[in-house]
Design a protein around this ligand. Structure first.
Ligand SMILES: [Cu+2]
Length: 126
């Protein structure tokens, strides 16, 4: 009978240790990483950017591929020194490091029509 309980104990021990090992194996993928490359494709059109909210982590390298599908627009993020002219149909590559946390607006900086002043979005750096 004692042997039986020893086996049960051993079984429980194996399950617990096995469970912990399993957790350690999967943990690295759940850690919030900094220094990753985050790439986004943004479409500019009268009078919006799509997507208009971009979320990254502090320290990430942000790569944006931006294209206007109608008229000439601008793309500006003051805090990260980004200021591009988006000519229709031409893909523009933007790259910067999100070195500070906060919510930063990006906006169209070239007059493109009646809704121009509302053509904006937000870069969220966590
Ligand atoms: Cu505009």
């Amino acid at each position: 009978m004692k042997r039986f309980w020893s086996l049960i104990l051993l079984f429980v021990f194996v399950v617990i240790v096995g469970g912990c090992t399993e957790q350690q194996k999967t943990q690295p993928t759940t850690i919030t990483s900094t220094g990753e490359i985050k790439e986004f494709q943004i479409t500019a059109s009268q009078f919006s950017f799509e997507p208009n909210i971009i979320t990254v982590n502090k320290g990430d390298t942000v790569k944006l591929k931006i294209k206007s599908v109608d008229v000439t627009h601008g793309f500006t993020i003051n805090e990260f020194g980004v200021n591009e002219k988006l000519e229709p149909g031409k893909m523009i590559d933007v790259e910067f490091v999100a070195g500070k946390t906060g919510a930063f607006s990006f906006y169209c900086s070239i007059f493109c029509g009646n809704g121009h002043s509302g053509m904006r979005g937000e870069l969220v750096v966590k």
